[in-house]
Design a protein around this ligand. Sequence first.
Ligand code: PAP
Length: 343
Amino acid sequence: MSLPTTTHTLSLSHVTGLCVGDPEEEKANLALIFDRYKGLIAGLPKQKGWLTESLYMYQGHWFSPTKLISIGTVMVSQELFQANPTDIYLVTQPKSGTTWIKALAFAILNRTRHTNVPTHPLLMFNPHDCVPYIENEVLRTKPTYSDATSTRLFATHMPYTSLPQSIHDSSCRIVYMCRNPKDVLVSLIHFVNKVRDKSLDRITLEEGFEMFCKGVSPCGPYWDHVKGYYKASLKHPTRILFLTYENMKRDTRSNVKRLADFLGCPFTEEEEAKGVVEEIVSLCSFKRLSDRNKHGTIREGLPNEVFFREGKVGDWSNHLTKEMGQILDEITTQKFRGLDITF
Ligand code: PAP
């Protein structure tokens, strides 16, 4: 069975606990944002892009000029977004396990609300629809900024230093997930070639490799993004949890428990005895979610299936040459020198 193709505006409000608005209205707001910032963006450093023709540098990182996650929406988020102390933010670079961490955090936080597995929201909606980006929220005509009473779950790809000031100032929690750069690169090339504007040529492996090594990737440089959150997690260990995709794959059960502890909702002995942890691991597994996302689209229109490819650690070796792998390892060793970041 796969997901239906229609949009689920009303039910999504129920699922996310946020006031999910009209997608057409959000599209119109997005167009206004692109228009408002296009003059400013034109003066920024520019490189050949991935999803869009070009990427532009804003606050030391590369962003698209259009799309939901773009310079304009980051700027508007910085201007308008209001964090609440009970909020939880899931942060990743694209292709580092966003879909998976969204599913896991959603399932953990909502486990008493959605106990019936066959009708669980994660089996009805793509995890991207269950956990909106900060950028989705600033597009809404009626954002939920004032609702401080319930836990809000958001995602973002923003670098640490670009997060809206209210997130830095609040006691909200941040979960950061990173993934080894070789698998991120391979995943990114495959993804981009599936969804890139049709008017643009495919990105070749060699071209993608060169751009990525130069630091030109969506929200990259990859290494600066990881380092920003890693260092922040050392400084604020109770507020920022640093996870890796590889470690999550190696021992999903222990990491799910660790995540629940960090989110302030540890599993009770009774839940553990009933196998609730295993149920969540299975519900969010690559196989389960990819089977349910073979058709249909997410709210923003991308096909559900493009978020599921191999879901493995080390698939890079089937695509990159040995030499490419070595070069990326050398850059990573040099950039992460002195930091305890291993994959
Ligand atoms: P996004 O940032 O654009 O949302 P993201 O979810 O981070 O993408 O990346 C997709 C990757 O996560 C894919 O990796 P691959 O290309 O190497 O295969 C995808 O297969 C993988 N993925 C998606 N869901 C899961 C899951 N439930 N468990 C493990 N990996 C997953």
